[in-house]
Design a protein around this ligand. Structure first.
Ligand code: KIV
Ligand code: ZN
Length: 392
């Protein structure tokens, strides 16, 4: 089978854990349907032990979206039998099911949160992966806070769960602490130190506390990871998770650098972003990479002139590949003559002489000093010589 990076979407689990991002069952179902259209490989539908409502949402998604040709439906479980049983029962209706179980591996978590010891925690990880495997043949294991853990201990823990049949090893940068070089080294170390690592999928799970979630995920791929855990619009705990649209478009745009791509239907990216933003009521910042309103917009004269002559002078991606109609030439005070002439021509205005156009251009520049963006109605008035109503 062709090598590819699996996209494990956790918008409905880690994403939903962010303040202000909770969703009703119907809303989760709508997002899950869109994720299936987007072509994600795995949907982490929720954390069934968290509440009866979460169990019900995971169950409904498994029933509706977990079709034989749809995505794998995963549910999260702490490393205990009760959580694993709840995860397993919730995903029952799905054709393809995954149990994702986790336990912390850092001393700070083991001592202060779990109040346990390294040996006890390692044994719990081993036994719970064994238990999950007795139910499901697709089991993912995560050593939580892996990037602040002793790597030797993480490798021992991973070796133990691989021996018990874990099929995916996910490496969380839980608090967004790692740098790309450190994260890549941790992933590369798994291949060197964990027997059987080459027979399972290594996965990235990076948080954005220092703004490095996407860079860390991609560094993980360079080191051999073949699954990325991410969320639409990068929502998630605190500063969020790696943004799905960014990792997907980075791999697609720089395919020859990474040597591997995803199977995402990128034309659904813009729609997915808009849908989630509307449902949770969280606007996408205009300057957000890929899906922000300005990501394919040009205002400065030099850039507009270049793009009008050849799109690739100032664009590395085609807006239509993410499902937009095209790029946007925004007319404002930095815009030049070529952009104005092209826009007016598209609106059906032509000028008898250069002199006539110059007058319109001069009036346009005067207006731009009074308004941030000049819209089509302003242009109509400018082109027909009418009087302009500008803000005071
Ligand atoms: O960030 C994290 O450690 C997690 C795990 C549950 C995978 O979300
Ligand atoms: Zn997380």
């Amino acid at each position: 089978m062709e090598d590819h990076v699996r996209i494990f979407d956790t918008t409905l689990r880690d994403g939903e854990q962010a303040p202000g991002c909770t969703m009703t069952l119907e809303e989760k179902l709508e997002v899950a349907r869109q994720l299936a259209r987007l072509g994600v490989d795995i949907i982490e539908a929720g954390f069934p032990a968290a509440s009866p409502g979460d169990w019900a949402a995971v169950h409904e998604i498994a029933k509706t979206v977990g079709t034989p040709d749809g995505p794998i439906i995963a549910a999260l479980a702490r490393a205990n039998k009760d959580d694993i049983d709840k995860a397993w029962s919730a995903i029952q209706p799905a054709a393809k099911k995954r149990i994702h179980t986790f336990i912390s591996s850092s001393d700070i978590h083991i001592e202060h949160q779990l109040r346990s010891t390294r040996e006890e925690v390692l044994e719990r990880a081993r036994l719970m992966v064994r238990y999950a495997r007795s139910l499901c043949d697709d089991v993912e294991f995560s050593p939580m806070d892996a990037t602040r853990s002793d790597p030797e201990y993480v490798y021992r823990m991973l070796a133990a769960v691989v021996a018990e049949g874990a099929t995916t090893l996910n490496i969380p940068d839980t608090v967004g602490y790692a740098t790309p070089e450190e994260y890549a080294e941790l992933i590369a170390g798994i291949y060197r130190h964990v027997p059987g690592a080459d027979k399972v999928i290594i996965s990235t799970h990076c948080h954005d506390d220092l703004g490095m979630a996407v860079a860390n995920s991609l560094a993980g791929v360079r080191a051999g990871a073949r699954q990325i855990e991410c969320t639409i619009n990068g929502i998630g705990e605190r500063a969020g998770n790696a943004s799905l649209e960014e990792v997907v478009m980075a791999l697609k745009t720089r395919r020859s650098f990474f040597g591997v791509d995803t199977r995402i239907n990128t034309r659904e990216l813009a729609r997915s972003s808009r849908l989630l933003s509307t449902i949770i009521g969280m606007p996408v910042p205009p300057n957000k990479a890929i899906v922000g309103a300005n990501a394919f917009a040009h205002e400065s004269g030099i850039h507009q002139d270049g793009v009008l002559k050849h799109r690739m002078t100032y664009e590395i991606m085609d807006a239509t590949t993410i499902g937009l109609d095209g790029n946007a030439i925004v007319l404002g005070k930095h815009s030049g003559r070529n952009a104005l002439r092209t826009k007016l021509a598209a609106m059906g205005y032509e000028f008898d002489s250069e002199e006539e156009f110059n007058q319109v251009f001069q009036r346009f520049k005067e207006l731009c000093d009074k308004k941030k963006v000049v819209d089509d109605r302003d242009l109509e008035v400018l082109a027909t010589g009418g009087s302009l109503h500008t803000p005071e």
